[in-house]
Design a protein around this ligand. Structure first.
Ligand code: AMP
Length: 414
């Protein structure tokens, strides 16, 4: 069975085509600048055909899907002969609200429910829906499956998901902690549990998905019991450009400091100009910031002769401190921890971040093996646990697209 995985954003659309007999990627790519001028990067993986990387008009998501199918089936860049070789489509949907605790086959009722959740995720859900509607139009008889970022976190108990604000906002307006990166946390925590011997009952895992967006999840008995992101992805640890958790009164203070700008404009500052970018005043990319702070990005170690940009150093320290603080709080929440996982762009590639975060946990007996930690981008599972550490420290590459493809197969096969 071939499964096309679609991750539609407001002006972008990422895709991967899988052969699910082997779980091999046949092709992948990304449509960018949809609704503007349009650009497509398409990479055939299963054969030696060339990469297509050019500007191409993409006025709508429907047009983007059309172009993707055209490339997947073309003589020059294709990996399949015709549309009929796509057996199902799996869509990433950011917020499934309180309704979806697992992946589902898409029908009109599901579309209505995703639409209803759009007020909770105004940037993401409408874009996800555009991808779904475009695929339905082009492939009306092919099953479409929705996989929600929030679904894995629906097991978080009420005392951890209800905010201490007037209860009516939860009851009448669904304002609660939803959490995101659920497919990633589910995937890596399962691999960690398998590595520890496969016993789900009694397992205590902390998964740190540290990328441009970052979240941490406490996973007990294989179920999410808490996570750092909230009703939106703004809450929790500081991120590339997002502030993470701050005193909510700062919203009013910034608005007034900037000449009474609107709440929307203030939220833009917290979403797009804060976090590592905001403090470093340089970049949201950890590689740039680590280099400027005088670290070798290959080893994560200080280069003694390198100049130190103090704001970059501070931005990194704030990030690592906050991540370690949340890990500590989740050890309390679960009454212990068996394994801490580092995953996503920073978690998989930054020996600096892994080392400094884990060093912050030395006081509670958790440590890593420093030389083993000196790698980036290996793309494989690495155990970096130190001698006598009270918990395993693991680097596990995430694969959200594969999870979406697997869920799609499971639902299609009933
Ligand atoms: P993601 O959102 O998971 O794709 O992660 C993207 C982020 O990973 C980038 O913004 C970088 O900050 C970070 N990253 C990627 N490679 C490295 C590296 N070698 N060292 C430090 N950070 C990295």
């Amino acid at each position: 069975m071939n499964v096309l995985v679609i991750n539609a954003g407001s002006s972008s659309l990422k895709y991967q085509l899988f052969n699910m007999e082997t779980e091999a990627i046949l092709a992948k790519g990304m449509c960018d600048r949809i609704g503007l001028d349009g650009h497509l990067k398409h990479k055939p993986v299963s054969n030696k055909k060339p990469v297509f990387d050019e500007s191409i008009p993409l006025p709508t998501h429907a047009e983007a899907i059309n172009v993707v199918i055209e490339k997947l089936t073309s003589a020059d860049y294709g990996v399949i002969e015709s549309l009929s070789e796509i057996n199902a489509v799996g869509h990433r949907v950011v917020n499934g609200g309180r309704k979806f605790s697992e992946s589902v086959r898409i029908d009109q009722e599901v579309i209505n429910a995703i639409e209803a959740c759009a007020r909770l995720a105004p940037l993401h859900n409408p874009a996800n829906l555009m991808g779904i509607e475009a695929c339905q139009k082009l492939m009306p008889n092919i099953p479409q499956i929705a996989v929600f970022d929030t679904a894995f976190h629906q097991t978080i108990p009420d005392y951890a998901h209800i905010y201490p604000i007037p209860y009516k906002y939860f009851e009448d307006h669904d304002i609660r902690r939803y959490g995101f990166h659920g497919t990633s946390h589910r995937y890596v925590s399962k691999l960690a549990i398998d590595y520890l011997g496969g016993k789900v009952e009694g397992s205590k895992i902390i998964s740190c998905h540290l990328g441009n967006g970052a979240s941490i999840a406490a996973i007990k008995d294989g179920k999410s019991i808490d996570t750092t992101m909230g009703v939106t992805p703004l809450e929790g640890v500081p991120m590339g450009t997002r502030s993470g958790s701050i005193d909510p009164a700062i919203v009013e203070i910034i608005s007034s400091l900037e000449g009474n700008i609107s709440i929307k404009e203030t939220m833009e500052i917290l979403n797009k100009q804060s976090g590592v970018l905001g403090v470093s005043c340089l970049s949201s990319d950890f590689r740039d910031v680590e280099k400027a702070a005088g670290y070798d990005i290959e080893t994560g170690l200080r280069i003694e002769s390198a100049p130190v940009n103090e704001l970059c150093k501070l931005a990194l320290e704030i990030f690592c401190y906050q991540v370690a603080k949340f890990i500590g709080s989740y050890i309390v929440a679960m009454g212990g921890v068996d394994a801490i996982i580092f995953t996503a762009g920073v978690g998989e590639n930054s020996p600096y971040a892994r080392r400094v975060i884990t060093d912050n946990l030395n006081g509670i007996g958790i440590c890593m093996n420093e030389p083993t930690n000196r790698f980036r981008g290996l793309g494989k599972f690495v155990d970096i646990t130190g001698d006598d550490s009270k918990a395993k420290v693991l680097v596990i590459p995430t694969d959200e697209e594969l999870v979406i493809a697997r869920d799609t197969v499971a639902i299609v096969n009933g």
